[in-house]
Design a protein around this ligand. Structure first.
Ligand code: C5P
Length: 220
């Protein structure tokens, strides 16, 4: 039912947080629920796309009509994304951890009586969007997100350039907006054409509008 402008098109979507191990039982993570990324994957599938959803650890259900690949860490996510290339479109919604523990322990780190806690040295994770945006097998349309708490437009524009994306969906994730984990989102669409400010919408409605915009941009 409905038009299928993306029929036969392969689309990679990343969603959710990543978990970066400290030791076998502990990890560093963030508050991403995966709701927006999963909704976008479902909306693209409704337009006929062949969607590979590469998801970090989430508690929400797999969306209908998409293939779900589950990963834990940023490095796992990058490997899963690269394994799916070539693709027509990539939409990177995951809240990828910027840093991981430099040397995660093979065994549970034990508390030593009387000793100060060991410091956690961090190292930078690969940037998946940036890698895909500059890839030899770059998808024709690359879309990123930008979770910002200030200067949403300026930061979004800089990100478009730096990451080699065609479109950045910038949202203000200040805690008072309740975006992280919530059901609503207010986004700004930033591209070479300029900025388009969307009203406050349910994440499912953001997903449908974005899927339609992606289909139009891909066709055009
Ligand atoms: O730089 P920043 O994390 O704000 O960029 C956000 C965008 O980049 C999102 O689309 C996110 O999925 C993507 N990203 C990524 N890999 C990273 C960091 C961010 O794909 N390591």
């Amino acid at each position: 039912t409905g038009p299928k402008p993306l029929l036969g098109r392969k689309v990679i979507v990343t969603s959710g947080p990543t978990h970066e191990p400290i030791d076998p039982v502990r990890y560093i993570a963030n508050r991403s629920s995966g709701k927006q990324g999963h909704a976008i994957a479902a909306a693209l599938a409704k337009l006929g796309a062949d969607v590979m959803l590469i998801s970090g650890p989430v508690t929400i259900a797999d969306p209908a009509g998409v293939t779900v690949l589950r990963v834990e860490s940023a490095r796992d996510m990058l490997a899963a994304v690269e394994a799916q290339l070539p693709a027509d479109i990539a939409v990177m919604v995951a809240a990828v951890a910027d840093w991981r523990v430099a040397a995660s322990a093979d065994q549970k780190i034990k508390k030593q009586p009387g000793e100060a806690p060991a410091p956690l040295a961090l190292t930078e994770n690969p940037d998946i969007l940036k890698t895909v945006g500059h890839h030899a097998q770059r998808p024709r349309l690359v879309v990123g997100f930008a979770a910002e708490t200030e200067n949403v437009e300026t930061n979004g524009r800089a990100k478009l350039e730096r990451k080699g994306a065609d479109m950045i969906v910038a949202n203000d994730v200040s805690p008072e907006n309740g975006v992280m984990g919530g059901d609503r989102n207010r986004v700004n669409i930033i591209s070479a054409d300029g900025i388009d400010v969307w009203p406050d919408l349910a994440k499912d409605d953001v997903a449908e509008r974005l899927a339609a915009l992606i289909a139009a941009r891909f066709a055009g």
